[in-house]
Design a protein around this ligand. Structure first.
Ligand SMILES: [Fe+2]
Length: 301
């Protein structure tokens, strides 16, 4: 079933503003069939697609399927009485298209994830490690700070239990952990990143954030500096998350949602046991801004 997140797509009022924002964040952008698409340099996979429309809203999310599971996916969708739909306007027509219980269009692609852009091993002199001998980190660490892959996205939902059941029982994801029962739900696609997808409970559906892996904690902080230098809002971070444990920095996007750089996310295995945790989102660092969980998308009609 689902093997990973392929890309996410938003409707936004102005593609030129989106283009500048995504470039400042560190993605490569291009025009494609009237849409703005963004990739990580060195990775052959579309990661973000922006479509021009009067109001910002989530347009679709796209996932890859494990090789050989297309038939099982079709059967699971039929058992769940989830019909296939035509691709929504502005999307490409590959794979299967469905709507999840919130009505969000979902693309299921019978392809493998493109390899993440290769990065160098990060050598540390922390703890008992003495790996970095005879080189000056401050001169080397600036060489590679750009995103290498899209890691995860979180959506707002008014029905977290129903959405979680759909994505786990029909599409094969697994619950990694939850915060405050179902205030936040993190989902994984098997061994690998602690979460590739998840939900934040809200009054109505919406897009919360997309998150990109960068090579190091320094790359996160240097990216935040770059955004500040270019006049972007400061955002939230640097910090280390509780659930997932990744270092993070978020910038607000021009439409009231967020984009994140991460590094050092927990890797789970087949033996991982999900827990329900009563914790803030950050282990250390400043608390999130009051607007962090605001869902500014217009409710769907
Ligand atoms: Fe995140």
């Amino acid at each position: 079933m689902i093997s990973g997140l392929h890309h996410y797509a938003l409707e936004v009022p102005d593609l030129a503003i989106a283009d500048g924002f995504l470039q400042d964040f560190g993605l490569e952008t291009a025009e494609k069939d009237g849409a703005l698409v963004a990739r990580c340099a060195g990775r052959q996979q579309e990661q973000v697609r922006m479509l021009e429309s009067p109001a910002k809203r989530l347009h679709h999310v796209s996932f890859t399927l494990r090789p050989g599971t297309m038939d099982a996916t079709r059967e699971a969708l039929a058992r769940a009485a989830t019909p296939l739909i035509e691709p929504p306007d502005g999307a490409d027509g590959q794979g299967l298209w469905i709507r999840d219980p919130d009505g969000t269009a979902v693309q299921l692609l019978d392809i493998e994830q493109a390899p993440a852009r290769p990065v160098a091993e990060i050598l540390t002199n922390a703890g008992s490690s003495r790996q970095r001998i005879g080189s000056a980190q401050w001169r080397d660490v600036t060489a590679d700070v750009m995103p290498r892959r899209l890691g995860h996205t979180l959506l707002f939902t008014p029905q977290p239990a129903r959405m979680t059941n759909f994505y786990t029982e029909v599409l094969g994801l697994h619950v990694s952990d939850t915060i405050h029962h179902d205030l936040v739900t993190f989902l994984n696609a098997g061994p690998g990143d602690h979460h590739i997808f998840g939900f934040i409970t809200s009054t109505h559906p919406g897009f919360h954030h997309g998150s990109f892996e960068v090579p190091s904690i320094d790359a996160i902080a240097l990216g935040a500096d770059r955004m500040r230098t270019r006049g972007r809002d400061a955002g939230w971070g640097l910090g280390r998350h509780t659930i997932g444990s990744n270092f993070f920095h978020y910038n607000p996007d021009p439409w009231g949602s967020w984009i994140e750089w991460f590094s050092d996310i927990d890797q789970i295995d087949e033996c991982w046991v999900a827990g329900d945790w009563d914790v803030p989102p950050h282990l250390w660092g400043a608390p999130p801004p009051p607007t962090f969980l605001s869902n500014l998308e217009p409710p769907r009609t």
